[in-house]
Design a binder for this molecule. Structure first.
Ligand SMILES: C[S@@+](CC[C@H](N)C(=O)[O-])C[C@H]1O[C@@H](n2cnc3c(N)ncnc32)[C@H](O)[C@@H]1O
Length: 270
């Protein structure tokens, strides 16, 4: 069974593409994602005719939004290392007559010359890469002087779930955080931008609150996280089951609560 925290690292190797595309489309439909994504598009300060790079494009919706901003004389290049994701992205943009080029590539080694783009954006992809700093360096390299770089990444230690079982909750949420190649990337992003010599660095938090168990389970894999943690002894299987039972009870009585924070960071190449 594929696992959202770690398997986005290698979608093509999981043979469960549907789970990943379903997850991305679900997130895309939530107001929280729409709102912060608009903010990242605005921070790119794109004008008609510019060339923009989208790193880790997933199913392609953000590339479409960028293409609309740069207009008919602009160009969007969207990369992802998953062919499954690129096929989905190509299918969803086929009819739209927008200038988007989808390329299979590793974010850590972008196949573009220095200063190719006016701007570059990455969204919830660095968390799945063990060397996120290298990606920020690559994005900086391929953007021209005066160009803009914008990233949004979660910090999974901001993930909170209300439960009376504090110790078990802490163990399970740390387990979820540590299942990502870089679960702390949110707090590290401003530092990476600084290391690359970017200027005008701005950082803002974006917090999502979910108060329905089923939706939270789809977004955060709660059931699978608890069962996995039970299987490998992070908590006992009984503790995992009791934790899930408590969350379902809280949901029934209208008191389920969970939340996480991601950080939008933007900067300018001098
Ligand atoms: C959580 S999805 C986010 C997709 C999209 N940015 C969005 O906001 O919907 C992460 C994406 O990063 C891609 N990815 C993961 N590691 C990558 C790498 N090293 N290079 C390029 N893409 C990668 C995955 O295939 C997946 O499409």
């Amino acid at each position: 069974m594929s696992y959202l925290a770690s398997d986005f690292e290698n979608v093509d190797g999981t043979h469960a593409a549907q789970k990943f595309t379903h997850c991305l489309r679900l997130l895309e439909s939530l107001d929280f994602f729409q709102t912060y994504k608009q903010k990242t598009f605005d921070l790119l300060q794109l004008v008609e005719g510019e060339t923009v790079l989208e790193v880790g494009c997933g199913t392609g919706e953000d590339a479409i939004a960028l293409a609309k901003r740069v207009g008919k004389t602009g160009r969007v290049v969207a990369i992802d290392h998953s062919q499954v994701m690129l096929d989905q992205a190509i299918a969803s943009t086929k009819e739209l007559q927008l200038l988007i080029e989808f390329i299979r590539a590793e974010a850590q080694q972008l196949p573009f010359a220095d200063k190719t783009f006016d701007a570059a954006r990455v969204d919830r992809t660095l968390q799945h890469i063990s060397e996120p700093e290298r990606v920020v360096a690559e994005m900086t390299r391929v953007v021209r002087s005066g160009g803009r770089i914008v990233a949004m990444e979660p910090d999974w230690e901001t993930f909170i779930v209300d439960s009376e079982k504090h110790a078990v909750t802490r163990k399970l949420l740390n387990f979820w955080c540590d299942s990502f190649p870089t679960g702390w990337v949110g707090r590290d992003l401003p530092k990476y931008f600084h290391h690359e010599g970017l200027t005008h660095i701005q950082t803002s938090p974006e917090t999502l609150v979910i108060q329905q168990f089923d939706l939270a389970d789809q977004v955060f894999d709660l059931v699978q996280t608890a069962h996995r943690a039970g299987e490998i002894g992070v908590v006992s299987q009984q503790e995992a089951n009791e934790w899930l039972a408590e969350l379902r009870y809280l949901d029934q009585v209208g008191e389920f609560f969970c939340s996480f924070t991601g950080f939008v960071v933007s900067g300018k190449k001098p």
